[in-house]
Ligand binder design. Structure first.
Ligand code: PEP
Ligand code: MN
Length: 344
């Protein structure tokens, strides 16, 4: 349920609503927009409080939120959230490129990639150190050594780090090195992990589960938000369908839908959704035009030699030409881009 305050309401009016809610054991979430202040009310028994809120002179209206997710919904928070990744904004008005290898393979490899990407203006370096591999015999990542190499490479080139955290026990360690904690597709509904990440203050990149609906992704984000962390970036990364030509099926419709339903930024992982590098550039353009706030792409100097996901990793030449065409599209006047979109 949301309580919409009349224009011109300030701190005193917000406090009135909060104290009624608290006296009834309800939680509040205040969202002060440019035009209006909205207070989300969460908890059992909220509808009993409806009349008490309506009777306040500062209240314009009280609306029931019928969607199962609340804190991440547009109703609760009309203005789009821009997540601050240690000075790098991700969200409305920006098109953020997160790129790097599937796995950190060596110190030399990740430094070489970071040098190349930062030269093209990429600000967020990705790379796996703890890898969720389908087969236990596949390369599992370098672990903490990989995290060190990744952070060093990023710092040497003025970049930020996004990397996956696979379980609760690893949160503390990964947080020492990462600016964004990534929740992988296989963990999207690992509720204890989501709750634990909700009690950190790190930006979270939440990948859509490969068998999950858009609503389930938003509910997974709600788990993080309701535990206290609202710095969430959603990521469409493809879902499993009957199609076998691609690794997953990229559900680009998630982008405009999420933008309509939620205030959280939504990015698109083009590598894990497609599984094949040659179709990434046109889909990157499509993601930008569809309103995505950014993309994630795997890049490797010699994809054929990559220890994981070589087939879907772009080489330097391909990535550079994709960035060039993205810059052109972002600059096209009249295209349906987020207002003032810039490619970072
Ligand atoms: C990754 O980005 O390294 C990854 C494993 O992605 P996903 O969880 O989407 O498969
Ligand atoms: Mn990968």
């Amino acid at each position: 349920m949301i309580v919409v305050l009349k224009g011109g309401s300030g701190k005193g009016e917000i406090e009135k609503v909060k104290s009624i809610a608290e006296s009834m054991g309800l939680k509040t979430n205040v969202s002060q927009g440019r035009e209006r202040t909205v207070i989300g009310i969460i908890g059992d028994g909220r509808y009993e409080a409806k009349e008490r809120f309506e009777s306040l002179s500062c209240v314009e209206k009280v609306i029931r939120v019928l969607k199962p997710y609340k804190l991440v919904s547009k109703e609760f928070h009309a203005e789009d959230t821009v997540v601050d990744v240690d000075g790098i904004p991700v969200g409305d008005g920006f098109f953020t490129v997160m790129a790097g290898p599937c796995s950190v393979e060596s110190e030399e490899q990740i430094h070489r990639i970071a040098a190349f990407l930062s030269g093209l203006g990429v600000k967020i370096l990705r790379g796996g150190a703890f890898k969720p591999r389908t087969s236990p015999y596949s390369f599992q990542g370098l672990g903490e050594r990989g995290l060190k190499y990744l952070r060093d490479a990023a710092e040497s080139h003025g970049m930020k780090v996004v990397t996956e955290v696979m379980n609760i026990q690893a949160i503390e360690l990964v947080s020492e090195y990462a600016h964004i904690l990534q929740v992988g597709t296989r963990n999207m509904q690992n509720f204890p992990l989501l709750k634990a990440l909700g009690s950190t203050n790190k930006p979270i990149l939440l990948k859509r589960g490969f068998m999950s609906t858009i609503e389930e992704m938003l509910l997974a984000a709600e788990y993080i938000a309701t535990s206290g962390n609202k710095n969430i970036i959603l990521c469409e990364r493809g879902i499993r369908t009957f199609e076998t030509m691609t690794r997953n099926t990229l559900d680009l419709s998630a982008v405009p839908l999420v933008r309509e339903l939620s205030h959280l930024p939504i990015c698109v992982d083009l590598s894990h959704s497609t599984g094949r590098r040659e179709i990434i550039p046109p889909l990157a353009k499509a993601a930008l035009v569809a309103g995505a706030h950014g993309i994630m792409v795997e890049v490797h100097p010699i994809p054929e030699k990559a220890l994981s996901d070589g087939r879907q990793s772009m080489d330097f030449t391909q990535f550079e030409s994709m960035m060039e065409s993205l810059r052109k599209i972002a600059a096209v006047e009249g295209a349906k881009l987020p207002e003032g979109a810039v490619v970072q």
